[in-house]
Design a binder for this molecule. Structure first.
Ligand SMILES: C[S@@+](CC[C@H](N)C(=O)[O-])C[C@H]1O[C@@H](n2cnc3c(N)ncnc32)[C@H](O)[C@@H]1O
Length: 226
């Protein structure tokens, strides 16, 4: 980290510690895989128990994951641990979201996010393909290269049209039985619905009737391709 001080949110303060454990994941496991890593935000840990349960049927398989929006790597680190035979393609320009640039603290974190990602995923390099760029360019390239995936995590731009675009493109890369998870379905910030993910996810689901089975609906939505 070039000698710079990194302030880390203490594990005791993380929201996930208030959540009950389930049969698929324990707090001790999370603390172990996060040990020595540094995160300035927690936008993922409160979903870990849900993901572990949702993805449990895939646990013994060589799962291919694609993630749109990786930030400091917290969600990717969880996927790699709850799916121990998985590999993950992490797509992020590491420039932050539009809303991050309205706040100097988050704008600064955005500038450091790629360095943080590299630090936090140290030791997992063989299972990660980091692609620095926007999903709008990278997902079509993956498609053109014939890449296929079993899990897609959509957590990039929050703009509804961008989420719709990410959904359409990532969905086309999923094999039948593949799972797409959309973050921030109930994200309450910004002034208009065009600036939030929900509209994009709803429009996408309305466009693919009969092609999916809903697995989870709450702050996140998870669907399986049928
Ligand atoms: C909320 S953060 C992701 C958090 C991360 N998934 C986690 O839970 O640890 C959103 C990220 O999406 C990235 N992003 C924004 N627009 C994007 C795009 N078009 N393609 C890929 N990533 C994008 C930002 O740079 C930022 O790092």
């Amino acid at each position: 980290m070039g000698g710079e001080t990194v302030s880390t949110i203490p594990h005791e303060d993380l929201a996930f510690l208030e959540k009950p454990e389930n049969a698929y994941l324990t707090k001790a496991q999370i603390l172990k895989w996060e040990e020595g890593r540094t995160f300035h935000t927690d936008w993922a840990a409160h979903h870990f128990f849900n993901w572990a349960e949702l993805l449990h049927p895939l646990r013994d398989r060589r799962v291919r994951i694609v993630e749109v929006g990786s930030w400091e790597g917290r969600s990717a680190l969880c996927f790699l641990n709850v799916l121990p035979h998985s590999t993950i393609v992490c797509i992020d320009p590491f420039a932050g979201n539009v809303e991050h640039h309205e706040n100097p603290y988050f704008a600064d974190l955005a500038r450091k996010s790629e360095q943080q990602f590299d630090h936090n995923l140290a030791g997992y390099e063989a299972r990660i393909e980091k692609i620095v760029g926007s999903s709008a360019e990278v997902l079509p390239r993956l498609g053109a290269a014939g890449r296929r995936f079993d899990v897609a995590y959509i957590d990039g731009s929050h703009i509804a049209a961008d989420v719709y675009r990410d959904a359409v493109m990532a969905w086309s890369l999923l094999d039948r039985g593949g799972i797409a998870i959309f973050d921030d379905y109930e994200w309450p910030l910004m002034d208009t619905e065009e600036e939030r993910p929900k509209l994009g996810v709803d429009m996408f689901l309305a466009a693919i009737p009969g092609q999916y089975r809903e697995l989870h609906r709450g702050y996140q939505i998870a669907i399986e391709k049928v």
